[in-house]
Design a protein around this ligand. Sequence first.
Ligand code: COA
Ligand code: AMP
Length: 636
Amino acid sequence: MTQATYNELYDLSLSNPEKFWGDAAKAIDWITPPKTILDDSKKPLYRWFSDGVLNTCYNALDRHVEQGNGERLALIYDSPVTSVVKKYTYTELRDEVAKFAGALRANGVNKGDRVLVYMPMIPEAVITMLACSRIGAIHSVVFGGFASKELATRIDDAKPVMIVSASCGIEGKRVVHYKPLLDEAIELSTNKPSKCIIYQRPQEIASLVEGRDVDWVTAVAAAEPAECVPVAATDPLYILYTSGTTGIPKGVVRDNGGHAVALKWSMEYIYNVKPGEVFWAASDVGWVVGHSYIVYAPLLHGCTTVVFEGKPVGTPDPGAFWRMISEHNIKVLFTAPTAFRAIKKEDPNGEFIKKYDLSKFYALFFAGERCDPDTLFWAQDKLNVPVIDHWWQTETGWAIAANCLGIEQLPIKAGSPTRAVPGYDVQCLNENGQPIKDDDIGSIVIKLPMPPGTLPTLWNNDERYISSYLSAYDGYYLTGDAGYIDKGGYIWIMSRIDDIINVAGHRLSTGGMEEVLASHPDVAECAVIGAADQLKGEIPLGLIVLKAGVTRSDKEIVDEVVALVRDKIGPVAAFKVAAVVKRLPKTRSGKILRSTMKKIADGQEYKTPATIDDPIILEEITEVLEKLGYNQHLTA
Ligand code: COA
Ligand code: AMP
């Protein structure tokens, strides 16, 4: 823990960001150390360490080996679904990565090229990402729960020269056939990659397309290890697509230099872990949490990271997390509250916790969605360690607000992710851009410049970056979250200002789902809302109006639209409930009243909007939602 207080460090980070981040940058090995710390010559687009040169993979692997820590564990793979546990030392992981980087290069991947990664939670996913960064290629990982069409959209935007995938993933007991999904995505895309490297898992051997697909083992056997390639601090390390307000996802870009500096800093100051300790983010490499805290941050800091191919429950029981913590000496666990709600549901009294020795466990961090106080209290009570809710998003890449255990632990207020992390000037503004004080809800924004590690732009799209994030309030980044900041400076994130919903910690666009529903030939119009769900936080709920003259049964059409969303977006959308309604409630100007419908679904009080076209429709909608089991509070 540092000697400085939170207030001292926070104030310094805002009053003299160049000193603050210039000092933090010394913890990274640079090929050319940066002289320019913050480059604001292209405001509002800021760049950190713009004349610095480094290699992220070198900092994550090679330098630990060179410092004599090659025998330290870098990665533990624990897969209850295949009963495999495999461990890699830093030397072993560096060698595997160097060899795979050589295989990428031998198959045509060069510095600046994009490599799309579509893989389950196996070490080869981490190896691929690090291998890309080793040779200066830009990876773009797509979460395995997305279907072919989503994959194709990302292929067309990133234009990868290569895709790395695996024959299959394992979701509990279900085998996910990755290869056919990949083949279909390539078929659908216009920018077809010239090569694919496929990791064949023993559970399923995929058929390879001649001339395009190369078997992982064969590719590696034929390759020479590749050395680390110098890249500019501002060169992209990766693109990660995240839901926007339409079906077209946003390609969040991460640079090399700012990212390495910020993540290394965060390990010490936010999570309070030391090199050599075991850090586990129970997430997926397809999400930002996986990028930052399964792959890069723990390795940049010389920790041991964990790749877990399992679920909080069912693999095989709700004791999975506790087994992991005790077997692998895990100091810090980072996961989404939904995972704990799943555990709590199956083991409310924490009987499984008692079976394991958790004496080395130091702290639990939650993110991905608002942590409801019940879950926080349950975890505190059962685990007896600090339970820290922290708030961030794909765009920032690391926490915006947290209780920074490496600085000093501030009092915990359940429901708040505590205060802004050093580097982030978080404010709450009203519609006119005026600061809101004390407990009034407004738009949560971050004053520019944001700290290193946050997105410099969207892939090939500065304009969309500026229009989506920087235009609402001059000089501020729009987080898209609404909430308030209380008198003590604690931040409360309450909801989104757009159509994004949060399902089991996964960020999804209802607009994207509406596009799919609207593509059904019998659907005239539709709305998707995020209804409150005890386990997943929110789940999507579709309301559809049929075209005149459609005579098929409602059930048939509902089943089809449910299947269509699974097919077009993927199982991760968790779209399982839809209903046919006669009409949708709208304002007189034709805007669908989604938030009013959400309130009805959640059983909350609502005011009939003065601008409503026909109030009777709300009664019709209420009746339909009640038949589906919603609006519980009002009917109870
Ligand atoms: N590949 C293919 N399919 C996937 C997948 C993947 N990588 N991840 C999830 N899916 C599928 C699931 O199998 C499920 O399919 P189903 O409809 O056939 O059951 C569907 O997508 C929805 O998945 P999910 O919402 O995750 O629900 P779940 O019932 O499988 O599990 C939890 C519920 C709470 C246990 C699970 O969501 C969880 O562990 N969440 C943690 C969230 C997290 O890690 N968030 C990242 C930010 S920290
Ligand atoms: P993602 O980009 O997928 O990480 O999702 C980011 C969004 O999830 C944020 O903009 C918030 O809406 C929500 N979120 C993440 N963490 C928290 C948290 N600790 N509290 C409240 N909301 C959160």
